[in-house]
Design a protein around this ligand. Structure first.
Ligand code: AMP
Length: 182
């Protein structure tokens, strides 16, 4: 978890590789569906480009599919899920149905000023439609209003590791490994 631009994708890829687990990023999956023009992509496109969150039903549907895959049997590293309290509750139910649970939640902690600078850089490099200034402010608001409260939900369950997420990629990756005791 963490605000947009906190480094979830970058650190998630490194961690998934070192743990030997598949990484499942809802943002990547949705962007791919939009590019291919699938029914999921057609539903999600306008919502994503405006910087709003896609509905909990859609997200929990794709999470359910992911958890059913054979390669997910040993564990999955989720990137960008969960982002709302109903998603946290739905995820808990889906995992419990399989006799599984959330082992750890990594929270990437970055200031707003740093986030805005990073998203501006990413817009000039990747041209993501949802990195334009209006969409960015909508995404930050969605994060504060809908996603930030999820942190407290997981803190009660004692699975949160807070990672200071300013520094080099290697420094932050080191903090992630130490937080997980690896
Ligand atoms: P990301 O690449 O994780 O920043 O996701 C890009 C966009 O995809 C978000 O701004 C949302 O519109 C949508 N999205 C990705 N994951 C979720 C989620 N768990 N819940 C709702 N919307 C999501």
């Amino acid at each position: 978890m963490g605000p947009p631009g906190a480094g979830k994708g970058t650190q998630g890829a490194l961690l998934a590789e070192s743990l030997g687990l598949p990484k499942f990023a809802t943002g990547d999956l949705l962007r791919d569906a939009v590019k291919r023009g699938t029914p999921l992509g057609l539903k999600a496109r306008a919502v994503m480009e405006a910087g709003h969150l896609v509905s909990d039903d859609i997200i929990l549907g794709v999470v359910r599919e992911e958890l059913a895959k054979p390669e997910a049997a040993k564990g999955v590293l989720f990137d960008g899920v969960v982002r709302t309290i109903p998603q946290a509750e739905g995820m808990e139910r889906l995992l419990a149905e399989k006799g599984r649970r959330m082992d750890a939640v990594l929270f990437f902690d970055v200031t707003d000023a740093e986030i805005l600078a990073r998203l501006q850089r990413r817009l000039s490099l990747e041209h993501r439609a949802d990195d334009d200034p209006v969409a960015v402010s909508t995404r930050l608001r969605a994060y504060r209003e809908q996603t930030a409260p999820v942190l407290a939900w997981y803190e009660v369950r004692k699975v949160v590791h807070r990672i200071p997420a300013v520094g080099t990629i290697e420094e932050i990756a080191g903090r992630v490994r130490r937080a997980l005791g690896r």
